[in-house]
Design a protein around this ligand. Structure first.
Ligand code: PMP
Length: 370
């Protein structure tokens, strides 16, 4: 039986007490746009700086994981395997290592722990700014100088003026691909009263010295690393390496079971094996070949890269033509900035995938037809 009067009454109470979702959301979150990492479905996926070489898996391995138990909250085997494989002997102490659900999560934990303002050079990895905004912290972008070099003096000045707490430096930098001058980064570490995070997500492809070896000298330095670029992006495993004191504080902001059991087990096996290095070598050699080929194409400006991707420019609206054209040929690139910015980024894939990209770019590049 219907009872219309009661129904009307309930509706009225709801309206009075609840003014809509948007009215309740924090203004800093309301102003955000969700990170959209989903590109068009393409046969050749060169948009997300992943490795083309997956870790081989077998069913027996999966049976060794107990799905009824929570993962090891401290990820001890994983942190040990990482420390043994990646850290210099003098720093090989798991008290210096914190595990994250990708290094994204560790950026979140760092800003949670230290607060803002958060400083970063620009353009760079967008999550430094987005996470700061989500946490209600001020974020300040300091433009890169010529040749995409970091403006160390401006970073130091901004830090002082804004009383900033933390600075993120992606080295090599995403999306420009260059490694900022070691001297300039050291200048920042030595002259700011705050934490400097050197994000080495792409360091394995660079041949440049890691900042890990400086950790015992600078207590305000922290290094971020990830397994996502070397064939294990699906696992979501990243690491923060710093002094035990810093790790202790950041660890307080970590959710208890942040890295799942499958990811821990697969990552340990990969860190103990030799497969990662082989993939890295192939990617570096392909990167250099793709760079040489891009440089031969009239109208395309390719920038030297220490990472597993290459940034390139196409003038006068050429960028949209290339981006749409290569998708039609089954090759997905990353389209950066506004249509007028003119930059695209290509991730290095297998030789076959890179050839598909080079064929497409020659066809749709500024001097090619559409
Ligand atoms: N740092 C940089 C510079 C990146 O480019 C990325 C991913 N694109 C990350 C961190 C995050 O990596 P993940 O969360 O997969 O470890």
């Amino acid at each position: 039986m219907k009872n219309p009067p009661v129904k009307r009454k309930i509706k009225k109470i709801e309206r009075k007490e609840f003014s809509g979702i948007k009215g309740l959301v924090k203004p800093n979150v309301l102003a955000l746009k969700a990170y959209d990492a989903k590109g068009a479905p393409c046969r050749v996926k060169l948009d997300a700086n992943e490795s083309p070489y997956p870790e081989p898996l077998n069913a027996r391995f999966f049976r060794s994981v107990k799905t009824n138990r929570y993962p090891d909250p401290l990820a001890e085997d994983l942190r040990k395997a990482f420390a043994n494989r990646m850290l210099p002997a003098k720093l090989r102490d798991i008290g210096r290592v914190l595990h994250g659900n990708g290094s994204d999560e560790l950026i979140y934990n760092l800003i949670c722990a230290f607060g803002g303002p958060v400083v970063y050079p620009s353009p760079t990895f967008t999550m430094y700014g987005k996470i700061a905004q989500a946490l209600g912290e001020k974020d300040i972008a300091v433009p890169l100088g010529t040749d995409f070099e970091i403006d160390d003096e401006q970073v130091i000045k901004t830090f002082k003026k804004e009383k900033a707490k933390i600075c993120f430096i992606s080295r090599p930098n995403n999306p420009t691909g260059n490694s900022f001058s070691e001297k300039k980064v050291l200048n920042i570490i030595e002259n700011v009263k705050g934490i400097v995070v050197v994000d080495e997500a792409y360091q394995p492809f660079s041949g440049k010295r890691s900042f890990l070896s400086r950790l015992d000298k600078y207590e305000n330095l922290a290094v971020l690393m990830t397994l996502s670029k070397v064939g294990l992006a699906a696992l979501r495993v990243g690491f923060l390496i710093a002094s035990p004191e810093l790790i202790n504080e950041v660890n307080k902001t970590r959710l208890p079971f942040n890295v799942n059991s499958f990811s821990q087990a697969i990552a340990v096996r990969a860190l103990e094996g030799k497969g990662l290095e082989e993939g890295i070598k192939k990617i570096v050699s392909e990167r250099d070949r793709v760079f040489r080929e891009l440089r031969k194409i009239t109208g395309i400006t390719a920038y030297p890269s220490d990472a597993n991707f290459i940034l390139f420019g196409a003038p006068d609206g050429g960028k949209e033509k290339i981006y749409r054209g290569t998708i039609r040929d089954g090759v997905l690139l990353r389209n950066l900035g506004s249509p007028s910015d003119g930059y695209l980024r290509v991730t290095i894939g297998t030789r076959k995938e890179n050839d598909a990209f080079l064929r497409a770019i020659k066809k749709y590049g500024p001097l090619g037809g559409e």
